[in-house]
Unconditional design. Structure first.
Length: 707
């Protein structure tokens, strides 16, 4: 193939015999001769930029597909320290020209070793070829229940970040103000290749003010001990201590903490890796907020070196933390907090980090999440990264850490095995003090569905200390009036007449004024109870001091699919997560099965403790129809309460039987959009933002899909 890189602008011949060209300013431009051969092709493009010493390379490729050269469609081509560039690229059929800006400074330079390999055909726009790794999909069988398989079609690729000039300039100040970061690594018979990769990942850190502390837990492997013996002499930043007897991972980690001299301790497992920007991002967060505990997103490395299974996490979520060890890696903790909490506990080896985080969260609320992948967790056969059930003792420890936390916090609760997911348990709290629960149901001329709802409450519910407040919004149909009158004989039912233009918020507030409960459950008149202990489960969670609104999993009655399992605040507005999915499917990291925190839950079935409801001022009556439930959930969250969905509680929801679907009627659609604008005028900080939905996920996906 004829392929050349030829100067066209701001470049003249160089007087320096070592280089062919010299740039006249910071914007030298070259044309690609032979670009026609690249149209519709996937190629590997390789070349070397030779540049005078001390000058930086910033190589940018521009494509013209009929609209000229644009910055937003350009690609930065990564050059290594020797100036070599090697990229696999896809070129579109609409390609009309290519331009290469090799450097961004005044310097002498030249090109050499230009090679183009044709790899295949493409119909894509100009972009990098991403090496795809299968994201594990979900299979089901009778023996294992729901389990991950290797046959997925979802893909992910980790892309190394670029250290910009702005970052370089800021690092000097940051390293002085934040100071030393202590990275601690307990080792035991560690594979030397993996240990070298770990060390290299630390040496590659942008942030250089670190110390790396190894504590070997009496490894019998001579290879490991000999390597560690020689390691300390290679750098003043590396410390090694070998224990005489084996004390377990918690004991070895505690010894490493004692040796740490930095104000913050970064936890690193002996076969994992940090991303190059990890310490920089941690230090930046420390500089901004001075948190006591920091965690980040993470992914996993397979045995063949592929990056898979990214975990894009929410902000601090206390109930999610009781459900699963979601914070995981990377973990950075202020040393004074580690000393206050007493370090790790050997009784929980295998889940020692989970136990530690639960105890730390009882001491501080200064917890930060960095929504970036800063840690690569290596999948090794027999490791917990590969299979939580690989080490049976860990399964017992996962229960012990939570049972201990429940007891330590003065609560009453137990763990319930997760159906179809061996090794996983949900937390089931016990209802305290036999509270009166007021179930508030607005209705109007909806006799059949209302009667079904009331019957299911009294016939299927195991909890009996309840009152049902029916707020009648001006019913006129004879059948409805007759049914409402028939309820007079039931001492646990009160019918309140409130004949106004429909205002869901006002009707519920009126219901509250006419109730005497310690806990309110707001329910639509078109729900139907499935789970007998639904009142106990919703109410018990609502009694927790930190909890605001508690939602249930609502199902469509015809096909049993999900109508509501939590609300995500997407780019298009608040939406129901996992809509139309199988209620037994896992969801993103078991969000559809475990009790996770959410920004909001639907008001079609929502429990709130009376004191908290009154603290935030009840429902906002300026939102008469839509988004009033989202509004009160956001206000609860702003007041320090966490909302959650109790996924074990199931009800049918005969959705919108009462009012019809908003999206069908044009006038209702207009009103819906108006209500959404009003919602975001009240909560501008939550416009297209959900702290419990990662910015790294698809901005409009109900299913937590990757972008």
């Amino acid at each position: 193939m004829k392929f050349e890189i030829m100067p066209i602008l701001n470049i003249i011949p160089s007087a320096n015999t070592d280089f062919k060209w010299v740039s006249e300013n910071i914007d030298p431009q070259c044309k690609i001769v032979g670009w026609e051969n690249l149209v519709g092709k996937v190629v590997r493009l390789s070349f070397k930029i030779n540049i005078e010493s001390g000058k930086n390379i910033l190589c940018v490729l521009y494509s013209d597909t009929g609209n000229g050269y644009k910055e937003e469609t350009s690609l930065i081509l990564n050059a290594d320290s020797e100036g070599y560039v090697s990229e696999e690229l896809q070129f579109p059929h609409s390609l009309q020209a290519l331009r290469l800006d090799p450097i961004s400074c005044e310097a002498s330079f030249s090109f050499s070793e230009i090679v183009v390999d044709i790899l295949g055909d493409t119909n894509c726009d100009l972009k990098r070829v991403i090496r795809l790794s299968d994201f594990k999909s979900i299979d089901y069988n009778d023996e294992k229940g729901y389990c991950f398989s290797e046959k997925g079609s979802r893909h992910y690729c980790y892309i190394e970040p670029r250290k910009t000039d702005k970052v370089k300039n800021f690092l000097t100040l940051l390293e002085k103000s934040v100071g030393l970061l202590s990275i601690i690594v307990p080792t035991y018979n560690t594979d030397l290749i993996l240990l070298e990769r770990l060390i290299q990942s630390v040496r590659n850190q942008w942030y250089t003010n670190w110390e790396l502390i190894f504590v070997d837990d009496a490894s019998p492997s001579e290879q490991t001990t000999n390597y560690l013996n020689a390691l300390e002499s290679t750098s003043n930043s590396i410390k090694v201590k070998k224990l005489i007897s084996n004390v377990g991972i918690a004991g070895a980690t505690n010894e490493a903490i004692r040796l740490a001299t930095g104000n913050y301790v970064v936890f690193l497992d002996h076969d994992d890796e940090l991303t190059s920007d990890c310490l920089y991002e941690l230090a930046f967060e420390i500089e901004k907020k001075s948190p006591d505990f920091i965690y980040s997103d993470e992914d996993k490395i397979t045995t063949n070196g592929s990056y898979v299974e990214p975990h894009f996490k929410p902000v601090w979520s206390p109930d999610s933390m009781m459900s699963t060890m979601y914070t995981c890696h990377v973990m950075c903790i202020k040393k004074t907090i580690l000393e206050r909490v007493g370090g790790l506990r050997s009784f929980y080896d295998g889940c020692q980090d989970w136990d530690l985080v639960l105890r730390i969260s009882e001491l501080t609320t200064k917890i930060s999440h960095i929504p970036k992948v800063l840690y690569h967790w290596r999948i090794i056969p027999g490791s917990t990264a590969a299979d939580v059930g690989a080490k049976p003792y860990i399964l017992q420890a996962t229960q012990n850490v939570r049972l201990d936390a429940i007891k330590r916090r003065g609560l009453d609760g137990s763990l319930e095995p997760l159906k179809n997911y061996p090794g996983y348990y949900r937390v089931k709290y016990a209802l305290q003090n036999n509270p009166l629960v007021s179930i508030i149901i607005p209705t109007r001329d909806n006799c059949i569905v209302l009667e079904r709802a009331i019957n299911s409450i009294f016939n299927k519910s195991s909890y009996v200390n309840i009152e049902v407040i029916i707020v009648d919004n001006g019913s006129v149909e004879e059948e409805t009036l007759k049914y409402l009158n028939s309820l007079d004989s039931n001492t646990k039912v009160k019918v309140v007449r409130h004949n106004i233009p429909f205002n869901y918020s006002e009707l519920n507030n009126v219901g509250v004024k006419n109730s005497g409960g310690d806990i309110y459950i707001f329910a639509n008149d078109d729900v139907e109870v499935i789970t007998s202990d639904w009142i106990e489960d919703l109410s018990a969670y609502s009694q927790l001091k930190h909890v605001g609104a508690v939602g249930a999993k609502l199902l469509y009655p015809g096909n049993g699919k999900i109508q509501h399992a939590g609300v995500v605040n997407l780019e298009r507005g608040p939406c129901h997560a996992f809509l139309g999915q199988d209620p037994e499917s896992p969801g993103y990291y078991l969000r559809n099965q475990l009790e996770y925190n959410w920004l909001a839950v639907t008001g079609a079935c929502m429990a709130v403790e009376a004191s908290k409801f009154k603290q935030v001022g009840g429902f906002d009556e300026s939102l008469p129809v839509a988004y009033n439930d989202i509004d009160i959930c956001i206000r609860l969250y702003k007041n320090g309460f966490y909302n959650l969905v109790c996924q074990a509680v199931h009800l049918y929801h005969h959705e919108s039987v009462s009012r019809g679907l908003d999206a069908i009627d044009e006038s209702k659609l207009v009103r819906l959009k108006s209500d959404m604008r009003h919602l975001y005028s009240k909560h501008a900080d939550y416009f297209q933002y959900d702290p419990f939905y990662s910015v790294n996920l698809d901005c409009d996906s109900l299913n937590f899909d990757l972008v």
